[in-house]
Design a protein around this ligand. Structure first.
Ligand SMILES: NC(=O)C1=CN([C@@H]2O[C@H](COP(=O)(O)OP(=O)(O)OC[C@H]3O[C@@H](n4cnc5c(N)ncnc54)[C@H](OP(=O)(O)O)[C@@H]3O)[C@@H](O)[C@H]2O)C=CC1
Ligand SMILES: O=C(O)[C@@H]1CCC=N1
Length: 268
């Protein structure tokens, strides 16, 4: 791919994407330019990635064929006001922000903008991202393929109906946070029983990675995979029983409900 990719905002999510893109080798460092609010962040970015950086959002806007808006939802309006007259006529604008809709982007840019709404996640950093994307009618099939190629360079990506976008953070955008909590808790339990902490993290994280791969690669129902671990009258079913008793699944569903409620309030 030869196009130029810009990022306005270089925080945690943008840096995860940059790392994933560059590690894939699909896009070279010369094809990426980023901006941020502070010089401190751009210095950090430059320490990790040999890419162009600037404090000037307009410079990124007029340079980019694919322009990521990687700022928080409530910063989108001020950034768009600043850059909207500078973007290329055929630029594809990609927001990664929770709650920012395609219709809102179209109205804020006040022109026939090509817009993509996306929800990536931080495992993009290691090339294992999961991103959901919706595009507006002005994005051509070829442009959609290019956007998918960018997102697939750092993990998996799928187009979904925009109506479902508010529900994606709870299941894949935010969920790495709860999975990290789960891994931390597993490791704490191991440490409690005397396993050295570093080994406990490794055993816990590899068990989560392996379990996820089993779901993705066997095609078996997660319940069936769970059943395969539970030896009748054995130890695992005791753990499963205790998790049910303490509302494990209900806690996850409640967390997701609250996450989705919050997304609705983040709409600009
Ligand atoms: N973190 C995550 O796991 C995910 C986040 N997202 C979305 O990504 C977006 C960013 O989140 P996240 O990376 O976590 O947040 P961060 O706070 O880490 O990053 C925000 C970035 O925006 C920059 N910024 C703020 N104001 C401006 C401005 N006026 N012009 C240019 N840059 C500006 C900040 O600059 P500086 O660093 O200099 O202050 C910072 O680099 C959000 O919209 C969020 O919904 C989506 C999926 C997952
Ligand atoms: O916490 C947030 O609002 C963002 C959206 C998904 C992950 N982080």
């Amino acid at each position: 791919m030869k196009q130029k990719i810009g990022f306005i905002g270089s925080g945690k999510m943008a840096q995860a994407i940059m790392k994933g893109i560059l590690s894939s080798g699909t896009i070279s460092a010369e094809q990426i330019m980023v901006s941020a609010k502070t010089e401190q962040t751009l210095k950090t970015v430059n320490n990790h990635f040999p890419i162009k950086t600037t404090m000037n959002n307009k410079e990124v806007a007029c340079w980019s064929d694919f322009l990521f808006l990687a700022v928080k939802p409530d910063i989108h309006r001020e950034v768009i006001q600043e850059i909207k007259d500078d973007i290329k006529d055929d630029a594809v604008i990609i927001t990664i922000a929770a709650g920012i809709t395609l219709q809102w982007l179209e109205s804020e840019f006040d022109q026939q903008v090509k817009a993509v709404r996306s929800m990536p996640n931080t495992p993009s950093f290691v090339g294992e991202g999961m991103s959901a994307l919706s595009v507006n009618s002005r994005v051509s099939n070829e442009e959609q393929d290019n956007v998918l190629a960018i997102f697939r360079s750092f993990g998996q990506a799928e187009i979904i109906q925009e109506e479902l976008m508010d529900s994606i953070p709870a299941v894949s955008g935010s969920s790495p946070a709860y999975v990290f909590m789960f891994i931390e808790a597993l490791a704490d339990g191991g440490v409690k029983n005397g396993i050295p902490r570093e080994q406990a993290y490794k055993f816990a994280a590899q068990a989560v990675l392996g379990a996820a791969k089993m779901v993705l690669e066997t095609g078996l129902h997660p319940g069936e995979l769970k059943d395969q671990v539970c030896t009748p009258g054995g130890a695992t079913i005791e753990a499963v029983s205790a998790l049910e008793e303490h509302g494990f699944r209900a806690a996850v569903l409640k967390a997701m409900e609250q996450c989705t409620e919050r997304i609705k309030t983040l709409k600009a």
